[in-house]
Design a protein around this ligand. Structure first.
Ligand SMILES: [Zn+2]
Ligand SMILES: [Zn+2]
Length: 313
């Protein structure tokens, strides 16, 4: 759906908000608080020099695997169709994204499509105009998820997406089982397994959640706006470093169907490097990127539009 032309009424029919049950909201709150408590405990371990290379390795490895699953699988591929991947790679990317504990993949993608259709307008699931903390994480318990409707049905028609969507809970649990198994294989003790789950599971989920959510909150408040994209999205190199490239969020709103979010050589986009590696392995069949002319035309249009832009909040 084209971002600028969408009428709010059409969008709401296409991407209806779901009324989540109290039980569901309780689960969301639990998985907001547990990783936070784990992160505080882990920080205490760091201060007491109780953290070894195994824990750091499990944290970094699982964060990279699941974070690339979010940006490449859930976002660039499923939501925006900017990548065409072979079926096993499609499944792997969606499974990796599911391990991030950000909701079932098709729900994630349909909700994000609504964000693009109504960015920073009434009906956007998570605009900072409704409050910074709303945009960051409170929207998760305010019935702002799209879990059905025509856009959702369309994605569910793909057997790979449907399979991962329906087995989501298993992948979410696997995201904790993998670091536990690796920790056990290296040090077969109860303490080692618990620390593996702490660092490769809960701390990794905490960091993955808040960095992704920062794109929705900070990515619409702090940073530069090289493109007049019609909402408040911003480019931030520091956010991009921690989000596998997603922090070039103004680029992304200007070119939502671009597989590369860092558009210039100096805009670090780790997702782009991972895509190149998958391409070299023959796993990605097509990657959509705007041409130099397309980008230049967009910048030229900006010069005319700049005076009409709302002033940054
Ligand atoms: Zn946005
Ligand atoms: Zn997007």
């Amino acid at each position: 759906m084209e971002t600028m032309d969408a009428q709010p009424g059409d969008v709401k029919r296409h991407f209806p908000f779901h009324q989540d049950s109290l039980f569901n909201k309780g689960l969301v709150v639990t998985f907001l608080i547990l990783p936070l408590m784990a992160a505080v405990y882990a920080l205490n371990q760091v201060i007491r020099h109780e953290v070894g290379w195994l824990e750091i390795g499990l944290f970094l490895g699982m964060w990279a695997f699941t974070g690339l699953g979010v940006t490449l699988g859930l976002h660039r591929m499923l939501t925006h169709h900017s990548i065409v991947a072979r079926a096993p790679t499609r499944a792997l990317l969606l499974i990796a994204g599911s391990m991030s504990l950000q909701g079932p993949p098709v729900d994630w993608a349909a909700t994000h499509q609504r964000h693009h259709a109504l960015s920073d307008r009434e009906g956007d699931p998570h605009s900072p105009k409704d409050g910074f903390w709303h945009a960051h994480c409170l929207w998760l318990v305010r019935n702002r998820f799209v879990r059905a409707g025509p856009a959702h049905d369309k994605m569910m028609a793909d057997p790979v997406a449907r399979f991962v969507q329906r087995t989501w809970v298993a992948w979410a649990i696997l995201g904790f089982a993998i670091p536990a198994a690796i920790a056990f294989a290296i040090h077969p003790t109860v303490l080692s397994v618990l620390n593996g789950v702490l660092w490769g599971g809960f701390v990794r989920v905490f960091v993955g959640h808040h960095t992704t959510w920062s794109v929705n909150s900070m990515g619409h408040v702090f940073g530069t706006r090289p493109f007049a994209s019609g909402e408040n999205s911003r480019n931030s190199w520091i956010l991009a470093l921690f989000t596998w490239g997603e922090g070039w969020h103004n680029n992304h709103h200007a070119f939502p169907n671009s597989a590369f979010i860092g558009l210039r050589w100096y805009q670090i986009d780790i997702g782009r490097w991972a895509l190149r590696a998958l391409q070299a392995l023959g796993q990605i069949r097509a990657v959509h990127v705007p041409t130099r002319d397309h980008r230049a035309a967009r910048l030229r249009r900006n010069l005319g539009a700049r005076n009409r832009l709302p002033r940054p909040a």
